[in-house]
Design a protein around this ligand. Structure first.
Ligand SMILES: [Zn+2]
Length: 1021
C-alpha cells in the first residue's frame, strides 16, 4: 500500500509533534497545529495506573475554546478515581457538547424509562453531514429495502451514504466505565483534528447513547455513594477502590438486573423498546454495546455455535472488526485485547441482536472494570496464556484503574470507527446485500419459507394477536388475508395474519420461528439454547414454502396500531359464557371486573349450541354492556345463553396476593412481576426477611407467590448480605437500610426496607408453612420449588440431583397428566411446550423410578473419544422430537429451519453418531437454595397428598422440542407441575419456568390459573 506524498508529510509532522513512540502511532496523534489541554492531559497521566494501557489516541486531550471538557463541565476528567456521574449529568454534558460543537453534533432524547428518566442520543459527524442528517437517514433506509430500491440506486447509494455506528453503554449498571468514557469520546470526536478523527468524522455518523439502563445507572451511583458514606461513618477500611460495601445493588431497573440485555426478543423493557424504535427509524449499520466483564478487553466474536439464521456475511464482519481492534491494539503493545473465547453467538435475545434481526451488525466489548479506583488484577493462567485468539494476552499482574479502563476501550472503539470509516463502502454494500438476500429467500431462493401464516381463529387467538403486535413493534410487517385461499395443504382464512417472506426483516422471523438444535459437543452455552417463538407462546404458526402465496389477496396491518382478537358477546340471554382458550387476558377479565361474580366450569359442556372446554367462565346476570366492552378489549369471546349451564362450577374468588422476593437476588423474579403487572394482577410485594414479621399470613393473604431466586430459610448469619467487598465483621450486626433519601433518591425502589439482611429464617418458614396448612395457596417456580421438598415438607415430592443431566435453557415437551386440574384450564391439547433449564428435577411418583445417579451420568464433562479439539461440533445434531399438536402430519419448524440451511434431524431417522463433547468450561450452576435441610419443630403435615398435573414424557426421545438435552432419561416421568395439598391449602410447584423472561407466554396462563382457582384446586380430583 502506498501513501500519497501529502499524507506522508502530514504523517511525519504529526510524528514529531506527538513525540510518538512508533511510526504506526502517528496516524492518530494530535495535529501539529492543535493545542493540547494541558491540565486534562496532565491528569490523564496522573491517574493512569500502568503506562502500557495507553495509545497515542488517548494519552492527551486536545484543547477547545468553545467545547467544554468533562473536567471543565463536571469538575473531573474521565477516569478520575472515586467519581461516578449520574445519568442526568452525563446527558447534560453531551447536550453541552452538541450545543458548542459548531454543528458537528446533535443531541436528542429517544424515550423514557419505566421510572420516567430520559434516554438520549448524541450524533457526531462533520458539519455538512449533521446539517443533512435526515438525508443520510434516508439513504440508509433506502439501502434497507430492496423492494423499493433498485440495484442501480443501491450502487449509487453505497457511494453517497454513510454508515451509522451506534455505541451504547450503561446497560449493566455495575459496569460503570462506558458511560464515563463516552463523554470523552464525544468531546474528542467533535474537537480533535488528527487525520484519524477527521476520517471518522467525515465518513461515519457516530451515535452515542451513554446510558441504556438509565434507572439502573442512577441507582448504582447512589448505591456506590451510600457505601462510601457508610464505610466512612463506620470506619470500614477502604474496599480497594472496587466499590461495593454493605449495601448490594438490590435492583437495577424496575424489573430485572443483568437480564436487561436479554430482552431483545421479548421486548418488554422500555429500554429495549426505545432502542428498537430508534433502530427502526435510523437503520444503523452497526450497534456496539459496551460491557465490563473480561480481562482487559474482549471484542466479541464468540466460540460458536453461531446463530443459524445469521447471514454468513455477518460472521465475517464480526471477525473482521474484532481482529481489526485486536490487531491495532496489539500493534501498539497494549496487552490483553482479544476475541473468540467468551460467549457463543447463538441466542438472539441480546439487545445488540436487534441489529442482527434487522440485517445490520451487532457487537460488544467486555472491558476490565472501571469502578472506582486503582486495583490489582491477577488473573489465572487460563486468562494469561498465549493462545491463537489472544496473541498478546493479559499480564500476570497489573495495577488497573478507571483511566486504564477509559484508555483501552476508547482506543479500541476509535480503531473500530476508523476501520468502518475507511471501509464504509464495503460495510454499506454488505448491508444492502444482506437485505437483498433476505428478500430473495422469500421470492426466488428454492426451498425457503415464502410466508408464515398465523391463523387468527386459532385456539389462543388473543395470545396470537399479542404475538403479532410484539413482532410488529420489532419492524416485522404483517398482512391479513382478505379472502380464503389454499396453498399446498395450508388453508388460509380471511383475516389470518401473514408474514410475507419477501421482506428484508424476514431475518427476524427466520431467527425467532426456527427450531434450535444445540449438540452438547459444543462449548458450554452462554445462555438459552432454545427459544422457538411459536413454541414458547404455544401458538400455531404455519410455514408455507409455495411462493404463489405471495400473489394472494392480502392487505397490510398498520405498523403502529395494535391488533386484537375478535371478541365480545354474541347471542341473547342473561348468562354469558366466556371461552377459556388459555389466553392470558382471561386473568385480566377476572381482576379488571372484581365486582362481577364469575364461576369456572369444571368440565367441558355445551350451551347455546357451543361446546366449551373446562375453565370456561360463566357469568350469570351479566351486565352486558360492561362485559361486552371488557371482552372486546381483551380479545375474548362470550356467548349469551338464556339458561345457566348445568355443568359443575366453582366461584372464581378474587384472592389477596402476597409476593415474596429475595433481597439477594432480584434478577429473575422481575419477569414474574412483568407478567402480573401487564395482565393486571395486583399483589403486595415484600422481602423474604419481612415474612416472619408479617404475623399470621393467612389472615392477610390467600395466595403467596414465591418466585425463583428466593433463598429459603437462609444461613445462620442471614442470607441478605451480598455484593462484593462486604463491609467486614465489625459492621455485621448493623442494619443496612435500602431507602430513598434526599442524598440517595433512587434507592428504595421498587421495594424498600430498614434492613436488607436475612432471608425467610426459621420463623418465616414456619409462618409460610402454616399459611398453606390453613388454606392458603403458595406458588413456587424453579429454585423455590425445591425448598419445601428439600426440607421434607412435601411428602409426595423429592428433589433429585441428576447431575448428569444437560438441559440448558431448552424447550421440552410437557405432558398434561391431569387435564381436570384447574391449573391447566384452557389448554385443549395433551402437550404444552415448556421452558426448562437445569432443574429442579422433581420426582413425585407417577411411576418414575428413582435415578441411580451414576448410572446415566457417565461420560459427561470429559472429552470423549479423541484428544483432538472438536472443530465440528455441529456435525452431529441432536434428534429433536417433532412438534405437531394438531396432527397435520408436518412437524413445526422443519421448513423454516431448512430455509436457514439448518439440518433438522427428523423424527424416525436413525440416531446419528454422537461426536465427543468438547471441553466443557464455565458450567451453569443452578441457583440452589442453601441448606438447612430442616427447621426445628417444623414437620410435614400428615394430611398431605400429591397431584402431578404435568410431567416429562417417559421416553427421552420424546422430550426435546428445541434447544439441547443430554441424558433426558433422568427426566423420565419427572414432575413438571405439582399441586401438593398440605392441610387445607396447596403448594403449586413449577419445575419449569412459566414466566421465563418475556418469552414464555404460552405457559403464563398456568400460573394465572393457580391464582384464579386458588381455593378450588381440588376440582376434578
Ligand atoms: Zn455486561
Amino acid at each position: 500500500m502506498s501513501r500519497s506524498k501529502r499524507s506522508m508529510r502530514r504523517w511525519s509532522m504529526a510524528l514529531v509533534a506527538a513525540g510518538a513512540f512508533s511510526p504506526i502511532a502517528a496516524a492518530g496523534a494530535q495535529a501539529a497545529s492543535q493545542k493540547i489541554d494541558q491540565e486534562y492531559t496532565r491528569q490523564i497521566k496522573q491517574y493512569l495506573s500502568d503506562p502500557r494501557i495507553s495509545t497515542e489516541l488517548v494519552d492527551h486531550l486536545p484543547a477547545s475554546s468553545t467545547v467544554p471538557t468533562p473536567l471543565k463541565f463536571l469538575g473531573h476528567i474521565v477516569g478520575a478515581p472515586g467519581v461516578l456521574d449520574h445519568a442526568e449529568d452525563i446527558h447534560r454534558y453531551l447536550q453541552a457538547v452538541a450545543k458548542a460543537s459548531g454543528g458537528r453534533a446533535k443531541f436528542w432524547t429517544i424515550g423514557k424509562t419505566e421510572e420516567g428518566r430520559d434516554m438520549v442520543l448524541l450524533a457526531i459527524a462533520d458539519e455538512k453531514t449533521i446539517a443533512n442528517l435526515d438525508r443520510y437517514k434516508g439513504y440508509l433506509n433506502q439501502l434497507t429495502d430492496p423492494r423499493k430500491t433498485t440495484e442501480a440506486q443501491a450502487r449509487q447509494l453505497i457511494h453517497t451514504a454513510k454508515p451509522i455506528y451506534w455505541i451504547t453503554s450503561g446497560m449493566h449498571s455495575p459496569e460503570s466505565g462506558g458511560p464515563e468514557m463516552l463523554m470523552e469520546l464525544a468531546y474528542r470526536l467533535v474537537v480533535e483534528e488528527t487525520p484519524l478523527i477527521q476520517n471518522i468524522r467525515n465518513n461515519v455518523i457516530t451515535f452515542i447513547t451513554p446510558v441504556i439502563e438509565v434507572d439502573g445507572r442512577d441507582r448504582f451511583v447512589d448505591n456506590h455513594n451510600f457505601n462510601e458514606q457508610w464505610n466512612k461513618e463506620h470506619n470500614v477500611a477502604a474496599t480497594g477502590g472496587r466499590g461495593g460495601g454493605a449495601l448490594p445493588l438490590m435492583y437495577w431497573g424496575k424489573y430485572v438486573q443483568h437480564d436487561n440485555n436479554r430482552d431483545g426478543m421479548g421486548q418488554f423493557l422500555d429500554l429495549t423498546k426505545n432502542t428498537t424504535k430508534t433502530f427502526l427509524e435510523w437503520t444503523p449499520t452497526i450497534l456496539h454495546d459496551l460491557h465490563e466483564a473480561q480481562t482487559y478487553l474482549y471484542a466479541s466474536t464468540g466460540t460458536g455455535p453461531y446463530n443459524d439464521a445469521l447471514d454468513p456475511i455477518v460472521v465475517d464482519e464480526w471477525w473482521y472488526l474484532a481482529k481489526n481492534d485486536v490487531m491495532e491494539m496489539t500493534k501498539r503493545g497494549v496487552p490483553g485485547v482479544w476475541t473468540y473465547g467468551f460467549y457463543d453467538g447463538w441466542v438472539p435475545n441480546y439487545m445488540f441482536f436487534i441489529a442482527h434481526t434487522h440485517n445490520a451488525i451487532g457487537r460488544f466489548y467486555e472491558v476490565q472494570s472501571y469502578c472506582c479506583g486503582p486495583y490489582v488484577v491477577k488473573p489465572g493462567n487460563t486468562t494469561t496464556s498465549k493462545e491463537w485468539f489472544r496473541p498478546n494476552p493479559p499480564l500476570d499482574s497489573i495495577m488497573w484503574s478507571p483511566r486504564a479502563n477509559t484508555n483501552i476501550q476508547e482506543s479500541a472503539i476509535l480503531f473500530a470507527l476508523n476501520r468502518v470509516a475507511k471501509d464504509k463502502e464495503m460495510f454499506l454494500e454488505n448491508y444492502w446485500l444482506k437485505n437483498k438476500r433476505a428478500v430473495e429467500k422469500g421470492t426466488t431462493k428454492p426451498g425457503t419459507v415464502a410466508a408464515w401464516v398465523i391463523p387468527a381463529s386459532q385456539h389462543a387467538r388473543e395470545n396470537a394477536a399479542e404475538a403479532v403486535n410484539e413482532l410488529k413493534l420489532q419492524g416485522l410487517e404483517f398482512q391479513t388475508a382478505t379472502a380464503p385461499f389454499k396453498v399446498g395443504n395450508v388453508q388460509v382464512n380471511a383475516g389470518d395474519y401473514i408474514v410475507r417472506g419477501d421482506q428484508p426483516y424476514r431475518t427476524l422471523a427466520d431467527m425467532y420461528f426456527s427450531l434450535q438444535n444445540y449438540p452438547p459437543a459444543n462449548p458450554s452455552p452462554y445462555d438459552d439454547t432454545g427459544w422457538t417463538f411459536p413454541l414458547m407462546r404455544n401458538i400455531t404458526v404455519l410455514e408455507v414454502t409455495d411462493k404463489s402465496i405471495l400473489k394472494q389477496a392480502m392487505t397490510p396491518v398498520p405498523q403502529q396500531k395494535d391488533v386484537v382478537a375478535a371478541g365480545g358477546i354474541t347471542g341473547t340471554g342473561s348468562t354469558v359464557v366466556v371461552e377459556n382458550n388459555s389466553d392470558n387476558t382471561v386473568v385480566s377479565l377476572r381482576f379488571r371486573n372484581p365486582a362481577m361474580k364469575m364461576a369456572a366450569a369444571e368440565e367441558s359442556f355445551t350451551a347455546g349450541g357451543h361446546t366449551f372446554g373446562a375453565g370456561a367462565i360463566i357469568i350469570a346476570n351479566a351486565s352486558r354492556a360492561q362485559l361486552d366492552a371488557s371482552l372486546k378489549k381483551l380479545g375474548l369471546t362470550g356467548y349469551a345463553v338464556s339458561e345457566s349451564p348445568t355443568v359443575k362450577t366453582h366461584d372464581l374468588d378474587i384472592p389477596r396476593i402476597g409476593y415474596i422476593h429475595s433481597w439477594t437476588r432480584t434478577q429473575d423474579e422481575g419477569w414474574v412481576r412483568a407478567a402480573l403487572d401487564t395482565y393486571g394482577v395486583p399483589y403486595q410485594y415484600f422481602g423474604e426477611n419481612a415474612v416472619a414479621k408479617l404475623g399470621d399470613l393467612r389472615s392477610k393473604f390467600d395466595v403467596i407467590i414465591y418466585p425463583h431466586g428466593g433463598s429459603g430459610v437462609g444461613g445462620a448469619a442471614g442470607g441478605g448480605r451480598g455484593g462484593r467487598g462486604g463491609a467486614g465483621a465489625q459492621t455485621a450486626n448493623l442494619p443496612v437500610p435500602y431507602k430513598s433519601t434526599k442524598e440517595f433518591p433512587s434507592l428504595g425502589y421498587p421495594d424498600s426496607t430498614d434492613d436488607v439482611r436475612g432471608a425467610l429464617g426459621e420463623e418465616g418458614m414456619k409462618s409460610l408453612y402454616a399459611f398453606v396448612q390453613q388454606g392458603g395457596t403458595l406458588i413456587t417456580e424453579g429454585g423455590t420449588s425445591q425448598i419445601l421438598p428439600e426440607m421434607k415438607l412435601t411428602p409426595g415430592v423429592t428433589v433429585e440431583p441428576a447431575s448428569g443431566l444437560f438441559a440448558r435453557g431448552t424447550i421440552v415437551r410437557g405432558e398434561i397428566t391431569d387435564p381436570k386440574s384447574p391449573l391447566v384450564y384452557g389448554y385443549d391439547k395433551p402437550d404444552v411446550p415448556v421452558y426448562f433449564s437445569v432443574g429442579p428435577v422433581l420426582n413425585a411418583g407417577a411411576g418414575a423410578q428413582p435415578v441411580a445417579e451414576n448410572a446415566a451420568a457417565g461420560g459427561r464433562g470429559g472429552r470423549a473419544g479423541s484428544v483432538a479439539q472438536n472443530t465440528t461440533p455441529m456435525a452431529n445434531l441432536l434428534k429433536l422430537s417433532p412438534w405437531d399438536p394438531d396432527h397435520t402430519g408436518t412437524a413445526y419448524g422443519v421448513a423454516t429451519s431448512i430455509g436457514n440451511d439448518f439440518n433438522v434431524a427428523q423424527a424416525g431417522e436413525p440416531e446419528g453418531g454422537r461426536g465427543g463433547r468438547g471441553g466443557f468450561g464455565g458450567g451453569f450452576a443452578f441457583a440452589q437454595a442453601g441448606p438447612p435441610a430442616a427447621v426445628p419443630g417444623l414437620t410435614a403435615d400428615p394430611n398431605s397428598s400429591t397431584r402431578v398435573v404435568m410431567q416429562f414424557p417417559e421416553k427421552a426421545a420424546d422430550m426435546l422440542l428445541s434447544g439441547t438435552l443430554e441424558h433426558g432419561e433422568l427426566l423420565s416421568k419427572r414432575a413438571q407441575l405439582v399441586d401438593e395439598k398440605i392441610g387445607q391449602g396447596h403448594v403449586v410447584m413449577f419445575a419449569f419456568r412459566p414466566y421465563w423472561r418475556w418469552q414464555s407466554q404460552g405457559t403464563y396462563a398456568i400460573g394465572f390459573n393457580a391464582i384464579m382457582n386458588w381455593n378450588d384446586l381440588d376440582a376434578g380430583k
